[in-house]
Design a protein around this ligand. Structure first.
Ligand SMILES: Nc1ncnc2c1ncn2[C@@H]1O[C@H](COP(=O)(O)OP(=O)(O)OP(=O)(O)O)[C@@H](O)[C@H]1O
Ligand SMILES: [Mg+2]
Length: 148
């Protein structure tokens, strides 16, 4: 999926968010400045959350809107085992909320098996390529919905 600018990213985010629900773990993959936090903020807005400030200085931010969102930024994890210091099972198996991960690859061994893996690739300043994996039933469902 090609996203040409921020406005299109917002439209994409709204469409994706309309399908997200409690229990989902959205794993955002992409280099620095790809747009992971930006997408997470648009999704949060869809659920009536305004203050989805970047979790850059917090590992976990919890937002309460139409649903609860656990937003984790694991960028600064040097050792995967550091995840054991936080209540990671609540976030990785969120029956009462939606989890959005940035830099989940830093704790690869602890990630849940069931995730929605979404990659954002920066093509230029404003253009992005967004790809959802096609490995699980849930991912295929979303891809099917988003392609229509
Ligand atoms: N189409 C687009 N989609 C997303 N972001 C865009 C787009 N066009 C421009 N941008 C800009 O790119 C930047 C993306 O930054 P953002 O903090 O979301 O990246 P990130 O992937 O979370 O990076 P980090 O790994 O450092 O946390 C923002 O300044 C945003 O405004
Ligand atoms: Mg970010």
């Amino acid at each position: 999926m090609i996203i040409n600018n921020l406005d299109e990213m917002k439209i994409f985010a709204n469409k994706l968010a309309s399908q997200l629900k409690e229990g989902d773990v959205l794993n955002l993959i992409g280099e620095m400045s790809a747009g992971k936090t930006t997408l997470a903020s648009f999704i949060s807005k869809y659920f009536s959350i305004d203050d989805s400030s970047s979790p850059t200085f917090a590992i976990v931010n919890i937002y309460e809107g139409d649903i609860k969102i656990y937003h984790l930024d694991l960028y600064r994890f040097d050792e995967a085992d550091e995840i054991l210091d936080i209540d990671y099972e609540t976030y990785f198996y969120p029956d009462d909320g939606l989890t959005i991960l940035e830099w989940g690859e830093n704790v690869a061994d602890y990630l849940p098996e069931e995730m929605i893996n979404l990659e954002i690739r920066k093509i230029d300043e404003n253009k992005r390529e967004v790809t959802i994996s096609d490995d699980s039933r849930r991912e295929r469902q979303l891809n099917e919905y988003l392609s229509n």
